[in-house]
Design a protein around this ligand. Structure first.
Ligand code: HEM
Length: 138
């Protein structure tokens, strides 16, 4: 993958533009589809992941500083509201982040970029939680 590095390069550019971002999304959903570790969040998704791939790709394109494909097509992302139908607690957040960490390694994202993106993904994923954590014995 060709990475554009240098002052002012957006994360979108650093990942290799549209082709690189699509590769990241495909790596993410390929792993989610295949690995037992991600079966919990896989089960929240439709049987075919084609639509999920397209939507995450369009969203990330804009979120990473590239073309705002998702907003042009669907309007404001309202991500927390759109995730309310799915039960998301800390475990689901952590699976999502672990899957994305693997995907960033799969596409050989530069280490510093991957670190920064994972921090930003954490904030977004954490904000998506809509379930109380299971209570331990008091
Ligand atoms: C916290 C754990 C997360 C879980 C369990 C989760 C799960 C899901 C599920 C089940 C869908 C529906 C897929 C479909 O309709 O095909 C979805 C949609 C989506 N997710 Fe997540 N997600 C999580 C975090 C995130 C994060 C961190 C982002 C962005 C950085 C994100 C971005 C999206 C987008 C853009 C959509 C499409 C929304 C739409 O237009 O319907 N998700 N997610």
């Amino acid at each position: 993958m060709a990475f554009i590095v240098g002052p002012g390069a957006t994360p979108f550019e650093q990942l290799g533009g549209a082709i690189g971002v699509r590769a990241l999304v495909d790596a993410f959903y390929d792993r989610m589809d295949l690995e037992d570790a991600f079966a919990g969040i896989r089960a929240l998704h439709p049987s075919t992941l084609d639509g999920s791939r397209d939507k995450l790709y369009m969203f990330l394109s804009g979120w990473l500083g590239g073309p705002g494909l998702y907003v042009e097509r669907f309007g404001h992302p309202r991500l927390r509201a759109r995730h309310l139908p799915f039960a998301i607690a800390g475990a689901q957040r952590d699976q999502w982040l672990a899957c994305m960490r693997q995907a960033l390694m799969d596409v050989e994202a530069p280490a510093e970029l991957a670190q920064n993106l994972l921090r930003a993904f954490f904030d977004t994923a954490d904000w998506m939680r809509n379930q109380q954590e299971p209570q331990g014995p008091s």
